[in-house]
Design a protein around this ligand. Structure first.
Ligand SMILES: Cc1ncc(COP(=O)(O)O)c(C=O)c1O
Length: 311
């Protein structure tokens, strides 16, 4: 039984059961799929569902597809947002929801087929992969992975492509087998990149630091929001630079940020306990600001909240 009655397949709103993709397509055979994860938050005070930074997510989706060489995409970001808005209305969604759009090469074809490209969207109530995970929105125990992060000259992490995620899957599966909640991946130079689902911030000697966008990470929209909110609401300037592994062990606080994980505190890295020297003050302060920004009609940056219903 489908959780939501309708989805989008090939640009049309159709019953959940009607979305079928052939196994011969480059989307299935070669991972020729660009995708996004967007959250929409229900605000019961005003009776409104707000998509968070939907325009930025759709811009990134189109950018990923373009970098992957896809051709013939007939939609703008605005058109993609209106289709998703219509889908949310058709499903009468009045609670928090995870929106999963993708653009994929759906013809029968070869490894280098560039189109035709199909637009699809599925909805999910939360993030099933994470919802039973005690670490999420609590605090996670992470390990540095022995799997290296892909880089800009192999499969660029800046592209949110399904195929890229095999790299993060290797790291996550290994970390879970070893009894951890997640993994931190280093790049070929041995510098910290990100967790397979989220970007990473650390606090050390009063400075908030995050790997820069040229350190083989996804250009995360939550990371960008957190940098702006820390500056505007807390007068803290984030330092973006290369980060060493042992800096994580020495950190006073570490938190992960991403659409799915939102803001999640990290308890330990390679069994080094984090934060013995301070109480997670920045992590909880930025979490509060972030929650207001995504869901409250009084939070900062009203332009980030895309209303779904006409009220
Ligand atoms: C590898 C990776 N890094 C970071 C993020 C966080 O990105 P965003 O904040 O845009 O969701 C995600 C989630 O999309 C991710 O998959």
């Amino acid at each position: 039984m489908a959780e939501f009655k309708y989805l989008i397949f090939d640009g049309d709103i159709v019953p959940y059961e009607d979305a079928k993709l052939h196994i011969s397509t480059p989307a299935v055979r070669y991972g020729a799929t660009a995708f996004e994860g967007i959250r929409a938050y229900w605000n019961s005070n005003v009776g409104q569902l707000f998509m968070f930074r939907a325009r930025d997510h759709m811009d990134r989706l189109l950018q990923s597809a373009w970098l992957m060489g896809m051709e013939g995409i007939k939609y703008s970001s605005e058109e993609l947002i209106s289709m998703v808005t219509e889908l949310l209305r058709r499903n009468s969604v009045r609670h928090d929801v995870h929106i999963r759009p993708s653009l994929f090469v759906a013809s029968e074809g070869s490894i280098s087929s560039r189109g035709p490209v199909c637009f699809g969207v599925v909805l999910a109530s939360g993030n099933p992969a994470l919802s039973n995970h005690e670490g999420v929105n609590g605090s996670m125990r992470l390990a540095i992975s022995s799997w290296r992060r892909i880089d800009d000259n192999t499969v660029p992490p800046r592209i949110k492509a399904a195929a890229n995620y095999q790299n993060g899957r290797m790291a996550l599966i290994q970390a879970e087998k070893d009894g951890y909640d997640g993994a931190i991946m280093l790049n070929a130079a041995g510098k910290v990149t990100e967790e397979p689902r989220a970007c990473i911030f650390l606090i050390r000697d009063g400075k908030i630091i995050t790997p820069s966008i040229t350190n083989d990470i996804l250009e995360s929209i939550t990371r960008d929001s957190v940098i702006q909110l820390l500056k505007e609401a807390h007068s803290i300037q984030v330092v973006e630079r290369a980060v060493d592994r042992t800096e994580l062990y020495l950190a006073d606080e570490i938190f992960l940020v991403g659409t799915a994980l939102e803001i999640t505190a990290v308890r330990s890295v390679d069994q080094f306990e984090i934060g013995g020297r301070s109480c997670e003050s920045v992590t909880s302060a930025i979490s509060e600001t972030y929650v207001a920004a995504v869901s409250s009609n009084e939070g900062l940056h009203s332009e980030w909240r895309e209303p779904v219903y006409d009220i």
